[in-house]
Design a binder for this molecule. Structure first.
Ligand code: CS2
Length: 471
């Protein structure tokens, strides 16, 4: 890549491993294929500044190592032109968003980064950081940084911009648009009115579906890269060979030619996203919680267990597929088989603990959507309920301080002293941040959860094997 030709054009919020292995790679490939080098990325870290500190002395350069069959050789990625700690330099983030050459803002901030009020589906204005951002403190939340940047952009008349969410959320673009407008509308009226009008005329929020499994980089990975490269890369990432991006072509102004790098521009992103969430992500979560219950460290270890592979496959085919309409060009059976074989990649080392983190933010989108779809159609969501029960047991058997979940305290606060199927299931069903009243009151669902929870809790893997073989 001719770095001297590179000009900044994208601000990316959430510079984790996924962004480096997906968005940065697609963007570099698009620049190389199209010869348009105006898409250098200014990357912004969120809560932890580690990646900004790692990339700064490396001039933004880092390696991507693919793992598993069909892997390409190690490559150096050079599309990141600047890495900023958003927590420490929110003013710089706002300035970069407002810079006239910035015409795309991309986001990988994970589900919890959006600060959604689960009860209303809109911005959680009770969140302390959201409140501070609204009060005019240097913005710490991604939505606060975006809105303050757009406000500065509007005042300077710096031109239209597109905000591209790349997180695993249904209708991620529409959702981001709603949150941005909700933040803007909560500002004092004299600020809100002109800003909302400017947003309407100058900013779009296309929906996208992103896909690549990217585990946490380990010390062993860094050593392996050093052996191969002869240089230490503190910001190295590893990933599976597969990568995919489906994007709605709804841009307010210029954009990179991501299609030249293999991205698919589609008018049916919602269908791609629903398929990915309810098939891939749902079975990923299922394997994570069943795997954790059975002492399996990685997703590939979990999927190697016959019983677990079977329940995943049945969850996808019997529960999830009937609730979605597949986008044109996607074959359901082939997709399910491909997902299972990607999970089985033994070289990836994707841990069950990582995939199982933040369950409170994930299960609603991945599994409860399928549960509702089946209950509404008068069917039993048998396998999806098993996955939810496995999550419940994970929550109940992990001490609050070790549970990697933003709702850990709330979830643990709900438990009675003895934790059995009969006490844990109703206690968690009562958490309105996760289960709505209708779902919580559904006797079929509660019955399935209690059944599965009891089997895992009392009979473990052997009990599950027996039950699955009989079912
Ligand atoms: C995983 C996803 O950690 C998780 O929750 O299910 O990050 C998954 O690896 C990606 O969505 C794959 O594209």
């Amino acid at each position: 890549m001719p770095r001297e030709k590179l000009r900044p054009g994208i601000v990316h919020l959430g510079l984790g491993a996924f962004a480096r292995a997906h968005t940065a790679v697609f963007t570099e490939n698009a620049m190389l294929a199209s010869g348009d080098f105006n898409w250098g990325i200014t990357g912004v870290t969120q809560r932890s500044d580690t990646v900004a500190r790692q990339l700064a002395p490396q001039d933004g350069l880092f390696t991507v190592t693919e793992r598993g069959s069909g892997s390409a050789p190690l490559r150096v990625v050079s599309s990141i032109v600047e890495a900023i700690s958003g927590k420490d330099n929110p003013g710089t983030v706002v300035d970069r968003i407002a810079d006239p050459p910035t015409s795309v803002i991309t986001l990988t901030i994970t589900e919890k980064g959006y600060r959604i009020d689960p009860r209303t589906g809109t911005l959680n204005t009770a969140d302390e950081q959201v409140r501070a951002d609204l009060a005019g403190e240097p913005p710490q939340t991604a939505i606060g940084q975006i809105v303050r940047g757009l406000q500065q952009r509007a005042r300077a008349d710096a031109g239209p911009v597109t905000v591209v969410s790349c997180d695993n959320l249904p209708g991620n673009g529409e959702l981001t648009g709603r949150l941005v407008r909700a933040f803007a509308a909560s500002l004092p009226a004299a600020e809100a009115r002109p800003l909302l009008a400017w947003l309407e005329a100058n900013v779009t929020f296309p929906n996208t579906m992103v896909d690549r499994m990217v585990p946490v980089t380990t010390a062993g990975d860094l050593d392996a890269v050093e052996r191969e490269l002869g240089l230490r890369d503190e910001a190295a990432v590893v990933a599976e060979p597969f990568l995919q991006w489906v994007i709605e072509d709804n841009f307010a102004s210029r954009r990179p030619r991501w299609e030249d790098a293999g991205a698919l521009f589609s008018t049916d992103v919602a269908a791609w996203e629903a398929a990915k969430l309810r098939l891939l992500n749902a079975s990923h979560s299922m394997l994570a919680y069943l795997g954790l219950a059975a002492g399996k460290t990685t997703i590939s270890d979990a999927v190697a267990e016959d019983a677990f592979r079977t329940v995943c496959s049945r969850m996808m085919k019997e529960d999830a597929l009937p609730t979605i309409s597949l986008p044109e060009g996607l074959d359901g059976d082939r997709y399910c088989a491909q997902v299972l074989s990607r999970f089985a990649n033994p070289a990836l080392g994707h841990t069950a603990a990582k995939v199982g983190s933040d369950g409170s933010q994930k299960i609603g989108l991945r599994l409860l959507s399928t549960v509702r779809g089946n209950l509404d159609a008068g069917r039993e969501p048998r396998w999806a309920a098993l996955a939810v029960a496995a999550w419940m047991r994970h929550v109940a058997t992990t001490p609050a301080e070790r549970l990697d979940d933003p709702l850990s305290a709330e979830l643990h606060g709900a438990f009675p002293a003895t934790r059995t199927a009969a006490t844990v299931v109703p206690a968690l069903l009562d958490c309105r941040s996760i289960f709505d009243g209708e779902l919580a009151a559904d006797a079929v669902f509660a019955g399935l959860l209690t059944h599965w929870y009891g089997i895992i809790d009392t009979h473990g893997l052997d009990g599950l094997r027996k039950e699955i073989n009989h079912g």
